[in-house]
Each structure stands twice: as C-alpha cells, then as structure tokens.
Design a binder for this molecule. Structure first.
Ligand code: NAI
Length: 620
C-alpha cells in the first residue's frame, strides 16, 4: 500500500458512505482541506518524499474483497459464480437484487464490505476537480498490445491472445460451463529495487515518438460511440500523438509524468508484464478475480492509468473518461480499497523501468496523479451505485443465425436497462467468465425492454464465437452498464449521414429507429457496406425501415460489385456539409471514412464514430 510520509489527504468519496467503504478511514477519510496544487507542493518536494512508497505489506484488518481495477480485470467474479445481489448496502431504491439466473450457478462470494484499512496511504490531492458524475460518455478505451513477459518477471498470465485479437484457433473450445484453466500464480520475484534518486532534469518530456501507452487509451473529448468490443473514442484523436505542442503549458507533474512515459515507452511490454506480476505476487488474492486466461487486453488497466496520468492536466477530457471508467469497473467488483494495491504496483513497475529518471519528485508526481485518477473513479462508482446495478443478468430470448458467422441475438434483462440508441454495452457469457466484450445495441430502447445485438464470430473471438455458435434461448449472460455517446442530438434537425460497415450497421439501425420514434422528419442517409451481398445480413430490415419512413434513404454498398469500399461511396453523393455523420464498422473503414467525410466538408466535431484503436482490438 502506499504510504506517504506527508500529510496528504487520501482519496475520498464525495458521496456519503453508502456501504462501499465500511466506514473505514484511509481512502474514505473525508477531505480535510483543499487539495494542494501540484505546483505548490513541489516547493516542498523533499519534505514530501514518498520514502515509504515501497509496499509495506497488506492490511490485515478485515477482509479485502479483491477485484481488479480495470478493463483487463474483465470481471471480478470467480468463474461463473457471481454474487447475485448488487449494490449491497446502498440502501438505494435502485439497488438491485438479481434473482438466481439460469446458467450462472449458485451465488458466489459477495464482495465483502471491505475494511478500508488502517495503513492506507496518504497520497496527495487530486490535481483536478471531481465534478458531479456525468452521464456515461466513454468507457475505458484501450488498444491491445502485443505483450511479452519480461525475463525478470513471470508472465502475469498466458492468455488466448497476444495480439489485437484472440487466437482460439490454437485453443480447444471450452465445453459449456467449462472454465478456462486457471493461470498459475506468478512466482514471486524480487521486489523492485529502490528507486534511484537521480536528479531530474526539469525539462518537458519529449514526444517525438508516440508513447506506446497512448494509442487507444487516451480519453478524447467529443462524441464517441461503440463497437464490437471496443470502447468509445472520438474525434479528434488522442492529443498525445497528434498535438506535439500541446504540452507546452504542462504542469510540473505532467512534465515529470511524461518524462517517465517517454523513458518506459521502449520497454512498455516489460512494464506491463512486470506490473501484473507485481500485482499478482503481492496481492495473490486479486488474481482469481482476473480472467483465467488474460488475453491481449490484460494491459488495459495499465495503459488506461498511464494515459490518464499523462493527461492529468486536461481535466475536461480526463474527468468524464475516468468517471466512465470508474462506473464501468463496478461490474468487476472493484472497490475503493483495491486502488492502493494497483497504485503501489504501478509505481513499482514505473520506478523499475524508468530508473534513469526516477526521483522523489517524479514519484510524488505519480502518486498525486494516481490519487487524482483513483479519486475520480471511486467517486463516480459510488455515485453510480446509488442509481444503478453494477451489472444486469439477461436471458437470451432469441438467436437468429443470419449468416454462418453472424447472429442477431435478443436478450431480456432481469431489470430495466436504460440506454440510448447508439450506445453499447459490455457483455459476458457464462462460457468465458470475467471476459467482457462490447457490443452495440442494435435497436433503440423498446417498450418490451428487450435488447438486441449483432454478433459476428471472428477468428480468435472467444466471446463472439460463443455467442454465435453456442448461445441459445434460455442462456443467461451478464451486461455491464451502457456507455458511449454516439447518440442523436435531437435538439437540431440536421441530417444524419450514417455509414455502417458489416455488423457496424447495428447501432446505425438503432439511430434510425431513434429518429423515427422522435417523430422527426430530418433526412437520414444510410450507407450500408458489406463485402458480398451475402454479408448484407440486415438489409431487409433496413429496407423495411426505408419503406416506412420517407425521410430515410438506405444504400447498400457491396465491395465486390461496386469495386469500392464504403467510404468511397459517399463521395459520389452529397453535399454533406449540413449533415452530422455517424460511422460504425471496422477500423479501416472508420479511418478512411473520417477522411472522406472531412473531404466532403463535415467538420470533425460533427463526425461521431467508434474508437479506432479499440476497434483494432475488437473482434472477439
Ligand atoms: N457488432 C457490433 O455491435 C458493432 C461492430 N462494430 C465493428 O464493425 C466491424 C464489423 O466487421 P465486419 O462485419 O467483418 O465488417 P467487414 O470487415 O466485412 O467490413 C464491412 C465493410 O466496411 C468497409 N471496409 C472494411 N474495411 C475497410 C477499409 N480498410 N477501408 C475502407 N472501408 C472498409 C467495406 O465496405 C466493407 O464491406 C468490426 O470491426 C466490429 O468491431 C462496430 C460497431 C458495432
């Protein structure tokens, strides 16, 4: 756990104790004073030396219901045995109790109300404010990276994939209800050496090369949307890569953080592996809460944290991102008391691999950043706990195999599931516990409460293959909260130009239904791209909508016949400069689609699409 030998306030929740904290101190110690600014604290850096940043052992008081802290964590449930009640102790009318679902077995251990600990760190204050939680906008984005275990640290896990997609072709498909083999706990490694206190040069971090951590993880302002596994992103892309001069006014902490990032970038894989090795060695009780087979997404947590730290100055973007991240972590069972373990290992990994630039001030900067990050996430999760379950059970009520590898799946949540057309959710199947994938809602909210998804089984896609080839009516899946902001702005009557490639047509269909339900008469132009006519699995539905709604135009673009791809097709139509644009489909389509739309005169802020980086990681 962190231990800072100075009088920093610990992260707190701005919400009243709602059962999440067990009333302990530490992380839930109420703020006693305004958070000092990084700049002002820096003046007393020596006095604030985080000499005790090295882990000093776990709190022994109470039970720590461990859970991962990130998307990588992929759920906080042992196998398919899930706690069947949620929002324990919130006392909230929205707190949900789930009936025993079929397929999810007996109730598992409840996330115990954790002892907040007595040795919680006293980390510095957030550098950014934590406004009241906003509606979900984005979900933890990430781009999977090839991860190679460092020689000096055991692999945190051996997953089904080491690339951007899972690789099931070399894996035996699991039997129903079979749990992937548990990964052996990493063998203990030597603790990281004490950080060298090399005098730091107080210069701005270099950004001539994009950070390995930046791709796909940077929160971005503006509209976002969903994907078949991806989390949202938006235009413009992450500032890290595209705005080399954006750091000129960086705070001292941001400078130190970015210098660390630059230093560790060439060994990002090692940092990642070492981070998880530390986490699981020092906190082995956390390991079972991660997926048995941690795939390429295992570095999501680290990347999300690093990217958030890197953008610590950009509160406008960072806060909504982290709030969504915090809310999204509820389904994993993440609790406030889990954050110190992650922070400790984050510092441990960074200090080891950024040894050449690591010093007390750098460490203090990271502690402050992590405190801020965790504070926002904790607060958002606490606020969300008062109004929504951490997850929903849902029963498959229909399974329509449209092509050999595309299924339209309809499910019935066990309790109301509010969402907006254009959003997406995370979904876990009973066959791959704790592995969550994102899918768009393929319909606008329905009066019967049913939800539908278009799922394409892709090579190496464990979840998608299970959903397409295994799931049947009566099976029970779990849903995370809705997320994404690729939604219709009903305050305008601008036309909508929608590009749906392959199963990316799913949220486009939902958007069309949304416009229809609002009784609007704004023009909606849909371009539906597919490789062959056989791949236009939902064209009948779209054409029926077109027949019903005179304001809707649907054009199918078949690569083989048109000898061009979807984005090229819109160039032949238009003008589009008065339209809002929505893109949904594979990453290549998004990229070239954005280019085509800009060329057509649509400004970036009116172009909404999924995170390209997340889409790269999609397909499972
Ligand atoms: N299932 C869902 O709810 C959602 C899925 N997605 C994403 O949509 C994708 C769907 O995959 P598939 O159905 O296999 O689509 P696909 O790979 O068959 O592509 C569909 C069409 O998109 C266009 N396209 C593809 N690659 C392109 C490129 N590089 N440049 C320009 N145009 C290109 C082509 O016109 C192609 O026919 C996946 O990446 C998935 O993550 C996105 C949103 C929602």
């Amino acid at each position: 756990m962190f231990e800072a030998r100075h009088t920093m306030d610990a992260p707190t929740t701005t919400s009243a104790d709602n059962g999440t904290s067990d009333g302990g101190g530490g992380w839930f110690t109420p703020r006693k004073k305004p958070m000092p600014t990084p700049g002002s604290e820096r003046e007393t850096a020596d006095g604030r030396r985080l000499a005790a940043m090295r882990p000093v052992g776990r709190t022994t008081t109470g039970t720590d219901p461990e859970a991962p802290l990130d998307e990588v964590a992929q759920g906080a449930t042992p196998q398919v045995m899930e706690p069947h009640t949620q929002a324990q102790g919130t006392g909230s009318p929205t707190s949900a109790t789930h009936p025993e679902p079929r397929g999810y077995g007996a109730p598992g251990p409840q996330p115990a109300a954790a002892d907040a600990g007595t040795d919680r760190e006293r980390i510095t204050a957030p550098a950014i404010s934590t406004p009241a939680p906003a509606p979900a906008r984005t979900e933890a984005p990430s781009a999977a990276q090839h991860v190679t275990a460092p020689a000096e640290a055991p692999p945190a896990a051996q997953g089904p994939s080491t690339t951007t997609q899972e690789r099931p072709t070399t894996q035996r498909a699991p039997l129903p209800n079979e749990v992937p083999p548990a990964q052996p706990a990493p063998t203990p490694t030597a603790p990281p050496p004490p950080a060298h206190r090399v005098p730091a040069q107080r210069t701005a971090a270099e950004h001539t090369e994009p950070s390995l951590f930046a791709a796909g993880t940077a929160p971005a302002a503006g509209p976002a949307s969903n994907a078949d596994l991806p989390a949202p992103h938006a235009e413009p892309p992450a500032p890290h890569a595209d705005q080399p001069t954006a750091h000129e006014d960086a705070s001292p902490d941001a400078v130190l953080i970015r210098r660390t990032m630059t230093t560790v970038a060439p060994v990002a894989d090692k940092v990642t592996s070492y981070f998880y090795a530390l986490l699981f060695v020092r906190h082995p009780d956390l390991r079972p809460l991660f997926p048995a087979a941690m795939d390429a997404q295992r570095d999501r947590l680290l990347k999300a944290l690093l990217t958030a730290a890197e953008h610590i100055d950009n509160a406008d973007v960072l806060v909504p991102y982290l709030q969504n991240l915090g809310r999204g972590h509820r389904k994993y069972g993440t609790r406030p008391e889990h954050y110190p373990a992650v922070g400790e290992c984050l510092i441990g990994a960074l200090s080891r691999y950024a040894e050449s630039v690591w010093d007390g001030e750098t460490e203090a900067a990271w502690v402050r950043a992590y405190t801020t990050i965790s504070q926002v996430m904790i607060d958002a999760a606490a606020a969300d706990e008062l109004r929504a379950p951490a997850w929903w059970y849902a029963e498959v009520v229909s399974h329509d195999l449209r092509t050999p590898d595309v299924a339209v799946i309809t499910i019935r949540p066990d309790q109301p599931y509010p969402f907006l057309a254009g959003q997406y959710t995370s979904l876990e199947t009973p066959w791959w516990p704790r592995i969550w994938r994102h899918y768009s809602f393929a319909s606008a909210p329905r009066s019967d409460g049913l939800l539908s998804f278009h799922v394409k089984a892709v090579p190496a896609g464990w979840v998608s293959n299970a959903l397409v080839h295994r799931a049947r009516s009566g099976d029970v899946v779990r849903l995370g909260p809705p997320a994404g902001s690729m939604t219709v702005d009903h305050s305008t009557d601008s036309g909508l130009l929608c590009l749906g490639g392959g199963t990316g047509i799913a949220p486009i269909k939902a958007l069309v239904e949304d416009v229809a339900e609002h009784g609007e008469r704004r023009p909606v132009e849909v371009f539906y791209g597919a490789r062959t006519d056989h791949d236009l699995y939902d064209i009948d539905t779209m054409l029926r909508l077109q027949q019903t709604h005179p304001w809707l135009s649907v054009r199918a673009i078949i690569d083989q016949q048109a000898h061009l791809q979807l984005p090229d097709a819109i160039r032949a139509y238009g003008p589009w400069n008065e339209y809002d644009a929505y893109l949904s489909g594979p990453p290549g389509m998004i990229r070239s689609g954005v280019d085509a739309l800009r060329d057509a005169g649509i400004p970036s802020e009116r172009i909404r699409h999924d995170s390209v980086e997340e889409l790269v990681a999609a397909g499972s």
